[in-house]
Design a binder for this molecule. Structure first.
Ligand SMILES: [Zn+2]
Length: 101
């Protein structure tokens, strides 16, 4: 019993095991990133963080409302991944425009 436990610890500490874990971690991160970019492509907007999608904020005193300054009253914000996609599209568009006469 004690011998088996020591053997398992030795196997887990070998270099090959940690390399496999690293490869799987990279694969999982790549899959997550691809899924997130696909999500940003399909649904570019999400709720504003400051007003939680309401588009307005309560006044600190009284019962008044005003438009959320962060989202300008829309209640939406652009996802960070969509900002990245837009930037990539701008770069690609600029390079193709340069090639055109
Ligand atoms: Zn807002």
């Amino acid at each position: 019993m004690l011998h088996n436990a020591a053997t398992a610890t030795q196997l887990a500490a070998t270099h090959g095991y940690s390399a496999d874990v690293g490869a799987w971690l990279v694969l999982a991160l790549a899959a997550w990133g691809a899924g997130y970019l696909f999500l940003c492509w399909i649904w570019p907007f999400t709720n504003c963080r400051r007003c939680h999608g309401w588009g307005k904020r309560r006044a600190p005193i009284g019962r008044g409302f005003r438009h959320c300054p962060r989202c300008r009253g829309t209640g939406y914000r652009l996802r960070i991944g969509r900002h990245v996609l837009n930037r990539l599209r701008d770069i690609r568009g600029a390079s193709t425009r340069r090639r055109l006469p």
